[in-house]
Design a protein. Structure first.
Length: 342
């Protein structure tokens, strides 16, 4: 069963075509299938040690907190792929965008030959959902009450009222049926689950400045250029990992010149002027930023930019007819990163 058929089987023909407004977010629980992402498992007696020596995050924190963002980098510190790692029983589940899935596994396997660790793709048997809304925390807590502790699922807290639920197909089928059957019996004042397209989850990730790496940008940015240090995706206290020397040197002795922001453009992007790795300009200088990822919803395109810090406060544009509107930063960036250390 390929990935599209997996989600089709889980959703059992339920529609994803509902338009979403801000009011829907306030009064409903939005559930979005993450069909553009894929999951694989790393298992074996050396799985933790192997991943600890490859990824930018601390695997001890993954086991303590449940999950972390992490990057797999080349020796020069460039992010080959960006993933979310979750602790699952004695193993680790890893979710990465589907465009980078095969390359991510291939790159990790290059270093796995001397470890007692294995990789198993789960694209045919696991799915993931994004869940958000003003009542998402209570919704998740209610779903877990009385649940089977051995169920094949993982709950990941991304931000306040912003969760991911990773499940095996059989668990997901049962959960979807239970959630939407129960919602029909609730009162009108109770937040109800609403099944929506994955593009709305991508919009939230972009606006919350949570980065992703696609093949077009693989190896082009070190983690700090995508704010990974602010998202607990880089550990400066753990031991060596691939690319660690460059990444750590920048943190303790260097100066960060680029970082990640989000923006919007009032365009449906039918002319495809906004694309991954596209150049962004300001009046003072051209090519001061590049597009990391983007999504278009209801005639508006939301995008993330890796921008030269010197020009981050300037008015930005793709071309003379297409200005960009910078969005509020969802979290703070340590200003000391932009000052060279002695």
């Amino acid at each position: 069963m390929d990935e599209s058929n997996v989600y089709h089987a889980v959703l059992a023909g339920r529609s994803l075509d509902q338009p979403l407004a801000d009011a829907d977010y306030l009064r409903n629980i939005c559930i979005s299938p993450l069909s553009y992402q894929s999951i694989f498992k790393v298992y074996g007696p050396d799985s933790e040690a192997f991943l600890q020596g490859q990824l930018s995050c601390d695997l001890k924190e993954v086991k303590q907190q449940g999950s972390r963002l992490g990057a797999h980098c080349n020796p020069k510190g460039g992010m080959l792929s960006l993933m979310r790692i979750a602790s699952y029983r004695d193993d680790f589940l890893i979710k990465v965008n589907s465009d980078n899935f095969d390359d991510t596994i291939s790159q990790l396997k290059k270093y796995m030959i001397f470890s007692k660790a294995e990789i198993e793709p789960l694209t045919h048997c696991w799915v993931a959902f994004g869940i958000y809304g003003s009542g998402a925390t209570e919704f998740i807590e209610m779903q877990l009450q009385g649940g089977n502790a051995e169920a094949e699922q993982v709950v990941v807290k991304v931000a306040e009222n912003h969760f991911e639920l990773w499940q095996s197909i059989e668990v997901a089928k049962s959960w979807i049926e239970r959630v939407f059957s129960a919602s029909q019996a609730t009162t009108t004042n109770t937040p109800k689950p609403m099944l929506i397209a994955s593009k709305y989850w991508r919009q939230r990730e972009i606006c919350q400045v949570i980065p992703d790496i696609y093949p077009q940008t693989s190896a082009k940015y070190i983690p700090q250029m995508c704010n990974l240090q602010a998202l607990h995706g880089v550990s400066f206290r753990k031991g060596c990992y691939t690319g660690q020397e460059v990444i750590t040197r920048l943190h303790f002795r260097g100066k960060l010149n680029k970082y990640l922001i989000s923006a919007r453009a009032d365009t449906d992007n039918q002319e495809h002027s906004i694309f991954i790795d596209a150049h962004i300009h300001c009046a003072e200088r051209s090519d001061i930023a590049k597009v990391l990822q983007h999504v278009t919803i209801n005639g508006v395109t939301y995008l993330q930019l890796v921008i030269n810090a010197k020009y981050a406060q300037q008015a930005l544009f793709i071309n003379a007819d297409l200005p960009l509107i910078a969005l509020p930063q969802a979290y703070s960036i340590d200003p000391a990163l932009f000052v060279r250390k002695n």
